[in-house]
Write a protein that binds this ligand. Structure first.
Ligand code: ADP
Length: 467
């Protein structure tokens, strides 16, 4: 159990697995090569011995000339056969002994047999070929001229020289396997290090980022694509954490500022009234009420955002007349547009669609009021409503201040504002678009923005018309 939970360095694990694979591979190859060589060699020896018997018989038959055996040559053949592990007895046609290996050299005969038995028993525990004797007829021109008795251990037996050959081959296999194992383990260590070292380096550098130094990018290039991807991801992660950290800090300042301004104003006005400096006129009380409304709207936005982010916001879908809804919203925001002498153009198409009316109104109010807010006096806001087979589209376009390219990809993030200085005349707290995107996404739709600095912006919402 303890072994299971133990942690190892990546390089040690790689070396271990590589070594196991190498050992198993090389040992398997060694054993298979050895078995093939032994089996081929046994075939070869067996064929050679069979051929030797045929040759011995033919050679002896040739030595019979005019009823006379050439005993000197028979002696040579018999000696040679004995050296090859065969014990011969040669008889004439009347079965009288002409030559006998046992008579020629009894001691050598026992020695040869003893050697073969040692060689084979020592090497092959299952060797069962027993010593046997076969008698063959000797012929000359189809006539019987005698008999030959060959004593031997079947056809598959090894002499000392053959055992020596097999031992040499096995030694070579062992040496080559040993050299291969050493070389492969060295290569395995090098490969393991080349894989593990970059990862170790990246994790060391990532630790610095983990400690909160988000500006500290990992500057490391390896030759492994996956490691490069990891470096890239960690750097992006650090970037994102950095941005979130900046947003979080800015949020605290922004919320504090947003709360402080109306609260201070309410406080001073109320104190003035309580101290009797101001009469509690309807005008003054409605001024205080406006600040309270600002506070309530801010708190509502924050709580709406938190509901969307925690996934607790449910949609209440019903069929609505979208063109009239847009018209009503434009009507409600008209006074803001008139104050800035902004012309609102509305190109409408009669569209009925299933939506959460209240939430989509929130999106439209946000987009149209942003268009008015971020467009200079005398500008134009152009609203279009159209559809195709699959979706309905709402486009809110203005010819206002525009959004810099670098900021464009961030404007839907929480608390992101292009104008970081908090300017009351142009500023919300940077959650309007985040909430809008969450609402559109919860309708399985999309929202995106196109913009050019100094030329204006266009926000396009698309929602599937089969909700
Ligand atoms: P805010 O309450 O600050 O308007 P939003 O989430 O609605 O927050 O918008 C985020 C930021 O995107 C704004 O602060 C503003 O800088 C930019 N923005 C949004 N709409 C427009 C627009 N129509 N023209 C230019 N900038 C825009």
């Amino acid at each position: 159990m303890e072994f299971k939970n133990k942690k190892y360095k990546l390089s040690s694990k790689l070396v271990f697995y590589f070594t196991v694979v190498i050992l198993v591979g090389i040992i398997t190859i060694g054993v298979v090569v050895n078995l093939i060589i032994e089996s081929k060699f046994a075939d070869y020896v067996s064929n050679k011995n069979e051929q030797d018997i045929i040759n011995i018989i033919e050679d002896i038959e040739l030595l019979y000339k005019g009823d006379i055996w050439n005993k000197r040559d028979i002696n040579d053949i018999g000696k040679k056969a004995l050296n090859n592990g065969m014990i011969l007895d040669i008889y004439d046609k009347n079965k009288n002994l002409v030559w006998s290996a046992m008579k020629f050299n009894k001691k050598k005969c026992h020695q040869v047999r003893g050697n073969i038995e040692n060689n084979m028993d020592g090497r092959y525990s299952k060797w069962s070929d027993e010593y046997r004797e076969d008698i063959f007829e000797l012929e000359n021109n189809g006539e019987n001229i005698g008999y030959i008795n060959i004593g031997y251990y079947g056809t598959t037996y090894y002499l000392d020289s053959e055992i020596g050959f097999l031992d040499d081959i096995n030694k070579v296999i062992l040496i080559v396997a040993g050299i291969l194992i050493v070389i492969s383990i060295i290569v395995a260590i090098l490969i393991s290090k080349s894989i593990a070292n970059p990862i170790a380096k990246v994790s060391e550098m990532a630790k610095i980022i983990e400690e909160g130094n988000y500006d500290n990018k990992i500057n490391y290039e390896s030759q492994i694509i996956e490691v490069d991807n990891l470096v890239h991801s960690i750097n992006n992660l650090a970037d994102n954490l950095n941005k979130q950290e900046i947003l979080r800090k800015r949020l605290t300042t922004d919320v504090a500022h947003e709360l402080r301004t109306p609260l201070t104003s309410i406080q001073t006005h109320l104190e003035a009234i309580l101290d009797g400096i101001w009469e509690p006129t309807t005008n003054r009380i409605s001024g205080i009420n406006e600040e309270v409304v600002r506070l309530v709207s801010l708190v509502n936005k924050l709580s709406s955002l938190s509901r969307f982010e925690s996934g607790n916001e449910k949609l209440s879908i019903s069929k609505i007349d979208l063109s009239s809804l847009v018209e009503n919203i434009i009507y409600n925001l008209d006074s803001d547009a008139i104050n800035k002498n902004i012309n609102i153009k509305y190109e409408k198409e009669q569209i009925y669609v299933n939506l959460d009316k209240e939430k989509i109104s929130q999106v439209l109010v946000n987009l149209i009021s942003n268009a008015i807010r971020y467009t200079e006096d005398g500008g134009l806001v152009d609203i279009k409503l159209y559809k195709d087979d699959s979706s309905i589209y709402i486009s809110v376009k203005d010819n206002g201040i525009g959004i810099p390219e670098d900021d464009l990809k961030h404007i839907f993030e929480r608390f992101y504002r292009v104008d970081k200085s908090r300017n009351k005349s142009t500023g919300g707290i940077g959650v309007g678009l985040t909430i809008s995107k969450a609402i559109v996404n919860s309708h399985k739709g999309n929202i995106y923005a196109k913009s050019k600095i100094g030329e204006g912006s266009e926000f396009i919402v698309s929602i599937a018309n089969n909700l």
